[in-house]
Design a protein around this ligand. Structure first.
Ligand code: AHM
Ligand code: MG
Length: 348
């Protein structure tokens, strides 16, 4: 049917694309495809609310704080609920963990217990930007469960290395709304067409340029970062025509938006360890793993400054890690500088 519809128009919707890709795996049961479709629907609900943020008395902070002690925004809570409801009632996962909740949820319905997957997500990343109308995003990561089908999900289902992810993606609520995802076979991007309410394929087989001219870091923290990071940022600012330096500094302060721009244009995003946050600020399972999967699938790299992000073994749900992510050559260069300068510092 979808082939017929597709022949009738040049538009490929997210659902059509997912179905088409599923046909590439004849033994697939369709559960992952249905889960991706559920996420697409939830993100449309969130998008609708985000778009109305200024109109509906929904801006601003709630009284409550989340598990990390940060003030929760009303939209954070809304997005969290929208995603949890979509995946719980969709029945394609046995459990979910979210940046906004201290514990994971094990869904105790017959359908959920029988499902093969768990999902982890940051429902609304960059939420401190909501009040000032800057792009924000949703990030998600899907794993095959470790526990037995039929049982309740347990913590080991959520503490898996990023390399075990079966799917990951993000939605950016920007000048247009886009959903970008991978199932380990490249990266594809879909733009929400508001007149038909569908995500339509707009960025097929996304590849990040091997080199870029953009570096993204909160430079206010620079002198509290390691010598290696300082040396790299200084290198980015130096004047050298041959290597197109100085690079441009671009930092929105909204990870999805910074990552998305660098994915398309080429660049590096850095959130290193700082004096205040020695392990960095970003969360391994909700933010770093899913974006690392996308970066690698698009030809880029993601590390914590020493190791591949997706090789890190999580020890707890809300674990943080430094993040260096983006164009391959840029990540490799900062790595070399970290190895050279930070090692030297340790020896002295
Ligand atoms: P959040 O998940 O609480 O929104 O925090 C994550 C955000 C990222 O989107 C962004 O890149 C980073 O925090 C900005 O941090 P900083 O203000 O320290 O530069
Ligand atoms: Mg976040």
């Amino acid at each position: 049917m979808w082939r017929y519809l597709r022949a009738m128009s040049s538009i490929v919707t997210l659902s059509e694309f997912i179905m088409e890709r599923q046909a590439d795996f004849p033994y697939a049961s369709g559960d992952l495809s249905r889960l991706l479709a559920d996420i697409g629907i939830a993100s449309k609900i969130v998008n609708h609310k985000v778009n109305k943020a200024g109109l509906q008395d929904i801006l601003g902070a709630m009284e409550s704080t989340n598990v990390q002690g940060e003030t929760q925004m009303k939209l954070d809570v809304f997005a969290d609920q929208a995603l949890l409801n979509a995946v719980r009632w969709g029945g394609q996962v046995c459990g979910a963990a979210s940046e906004e909740n201290e514990r994971y949820f094990a869904f105790d319905t017959e359908t959920c217990r029988k499902s093969k997957y768990v999902i982890l997500f940051d429902p609304l990343d960059g939420s401190s930007n909501i009040d000032v109308n800057v792009s924000i995003g949703t990030i998600f990561s899907v794993f095959r469960r470790k526990s037995s089908v039929g049982d309740l999900a347990n913590v080991n289902d959520f503490l898996q290395r990023g390399a075990e992810q079966v799917a990951a993606g993000y939605v950016i609520y920007g000048s247009s709304t886009m959903l970008v995802y991978t199932t380990g076979h490249g990266v594809n991007g879909f733009t929400l067409e508001p007149s038909i309410g569908e995500f339509c394929l707009s960025h097929e087989n996304m590849r990040i340029p091997e080199d870029g001219k953009i570096y993204s870091i909160n430079e206010g923290n620079l002198y509290t970062c390691s010598k290696g990071v300082q040396t790299y940022v200084d290198w980015c600012r130096q004047n050298d025509k041959k290597t197109s330096r100085p690079y441009s500094a671009r930092y929105i302060g909204s990870l999805v938006a910074d990552f998305h721009r660098n994915l398309i244009k080429g660049g590096i995003y850095i959130y290193p360890g700082t004096e205040k946050n020695p392990e960095g600020k970003l969360r391994l399972q909700y933010e770093c793993n899913p974006l690392a999967f996308i970066a690698e699938q698009a030809g880029g790299l993601a590390t914590d400054g020493k190791q591949r992000i997706m090789d890190l073994q999580p020890k707890e749900l809300h674990q943080r890690t430094p993040l260096f992510i983006g164009s391959k050559n840029m990540v490799e260069r900062v790595h070399q500088m970290i190895a050279e300068y930070d090692q030297a510092e340790i020896k002295n």
